[in-house]
Design a binder for this molecule. Structure first.
Ligand code: AMP
Ligand code: ZN
Length: 497
């Protein structure tokens, strides 16, 4: 019997504002769509938090035995500079500044995105469709919306008629806004706009001569509106109605509100059963964002190369730091917080490594089956990873007391504890078993650590002697064995994959 039959998973649904028992449309199967990045610059740590949050969701659903089809798009056209749908296409602008083809920009940052998420041990989605790969489908969807009377053509562009839609539907169900309030709060239309109302949003935009990302359509040469791609690609791969749609909190309005309106206008019904929104990572109390420069890049954390960091941190430590917060809470980034997480992370890893060596005796002085269900209950409660981690630390404490003969563990409980700890730590939380690579307490009794430390010393000597061929050889051959060296301010550390 699959696990999900016994576990009562609840998901906080942004649409209803309540935790609801999760029931998938087709028993045993889950369709999940998450808005992916606009690939015009390196992903920052804030972006990564959102994708790690949904990786946790993906992993836990899989762990429960669901067959999950996880679709996450790449936005490679149509996302303009501001939410008011004005300005240049973000990718085209970057291409102009860098003197590259837009598709070179797309390729460069898609590769960066994949590499970065792989370092965080995110599982790749099942399908990763691109906006430019689905222009034909987007045009067909617009025709559908026009036929149903919810969109109009104006000067080579097509706009969604929000007022018309609101006559029979409610525009604002997700963001809990009222159209009257939105109207009261908006300024007059600018003279150049072809929109009937400022609330209307573009499904298709006419391309001005300088706009280089352009495609033919029944309405002339242009490009799709940003909100449309997600409606079209989710529907294409998951059906007109699917289980879960996710994204960062900042996408709730207008992006996701528009998706709901497009879905209803095109197909006649709500596209999504459970809307999930991941909260923001902040830096100095302000949202990390590309546009303001208030952000930190994952590579800076892995190398320690940023003034706000005291050292380098392993991707898995960084992932652990993020998972110590609930995905619906704001999380503020700081070096202190990361250091505290690192301590906890190594304590967890050391206990897991210690567990197989524990001697067993009857009876156990710890109720393993209750503890195991506590772990599930935490995850069943809307993927509450910090509570799960607190339970993992109860196990750490117990393991350490068995190791110092202050507690006992039976043979069968030991097997259950080992399996459950592995399942939650590695499979569900997606951490990787990294040991403290610096020459601290743990390293001392570890022969492998000592050998690697020796190689680090020899490599440093080679570099000091300007023998870069040798220093690179040491690094590369270790990397081939899955041992990664990281150069930080306080010297070189390593991690074992
Ligand atoms: P973008 O490429 O700007 O569309 O962003 C990609 C994803 O990252 C979206 O789901 C955003 O909501 C999310 N995101 C952007 N900034 C942050 C942040 N500071 N913290 C968490 N998620 C973010
Ligand atoms: Zn989207």
């Amino acid at each position: 019997m699959p696990l999900y039959e016994n576990q009562n998973l609840k998901i906080y649904n942004s649409l209803t504002g309540e935790k609801e028992v999760f029931q998938s449309i087709t028993p045993g199967y889950v369709g999940m769509y998450v808005c992916g990045p606009t690939v015009y610059s390196n992903v920052h740590l804030g972006n990564c938090r959102t994708f790690i949050s949904f990786d946790l969701v993906f992993r836990y659903l899989k762990h429960l035995g669901y067959k999950v089809r996880y679709v996450r798009n790449i936005t490679d056209a149509g996302h303009l500079e501001n939410d008011a749908e004005e300005g240049e296409d973000r990718i085209a602008k970057k291409a102009r500044l860098e003197e590259l083809e837009p598709m070179e920009i797309v390729q460069m940052y898609t590769v960066d995105f994949h590499n970065t998420l792989q370092k965080f041990n995110n599982i790749a989605p099942s399908i990763e469709p691109t906006a430019t790969g689905h222009i034909v489908e987007q045009i067909e969807f617009i025709k559908e919306i026009i036929n149903n009377g919810f969109a109009y053509e104006a000067q080579g562009s097509v706009y969604f008629d929000v007022l018309k839609y609101n006559e029979t539907n409610h525009y604002g169900t997700l963001s809990k806004r009222k159209l009257e309030d939105m109207i009261a709060n908006t300024r007059e239309l600018t003279a150049q706009s072809d929109k009937k109302n400022p609330q209307d949003f573009a499904l298709w935009k006419k391309a001005e001569p300088q706009h280089i990302m352009r495609w033919p359509s029944p309405w002339g040469v242009g490009f799709p509106g940003w909100h449309l791609e997600c409606s079209v690609m989710s529907t294409k791969y998951l059906g007109e109605r699917f289980d879960i749609h996710g994204g960062g909190m900042d996408l709730k309005f207008p992006h996701h509100e528009c998706e709901i309106a497009q879905g209803k206008a095109g197909t006649g019904h709500d596209p999504v059963n459970y809307w999930m929104h991941a909260n923001m990572l902040t830096l100095n109390g302000k949202k990390m964002a590309k546009s303001t420069g208030n952000n930190i890049l994952p590579e800076e954390i892995f190398s320690g190369d940023n003034n706000i960091l005291s050292k380098a941190y392993h991707p898995s430590v960084t992932r652990f730091f993020m998972l110590q917060a609930n995905y619906r809470s704001i999380l503020d980034f700081s070096d202190d917080a990361l250091q505290a997480s690192e301590k906890g992370f190594f304590r967890l890893m050391e206990a897991i490594a210690l567990l197989p060596n524990l001697s067993t005796s009857e009876p156990s002085s710890f109720d393993i089956s209750k503890w195991k269900q506590d772990c599930y209950d935490a995850m069943n409660d809307d993927f509450n990873s910090p509570v799960l981690i607190a339970h993992l630390f109860e196990a750490v404490k117990f393991i350490n007391s068995v190791a110092t003969n202050q507690a006992t563990i039976s043979e069968t409980d030991k097997a259950t504890l080992e399996k459950t700890l592995h399942d939650f730590t590695f499979e569900v939380l997606g951490l990787v078993p990294v040991m403290n690579g610096s020459t601290s307490e743990n390293g001392k009794d570890n022969k492998l650590s000592q050998v690697i430390d020796l190689l680090i010393t020899l490599r440093k000597k080679a570099r000091d002697d300007k023998d870069f061929a040798l220093s690179d050889q040491i690094r590369d051959e270790l990397a081939r064995m899955g041992i990664e060296l990281k150069d930080g301010k306080d010297g070189t550390t390593f991690s074992i994959k």
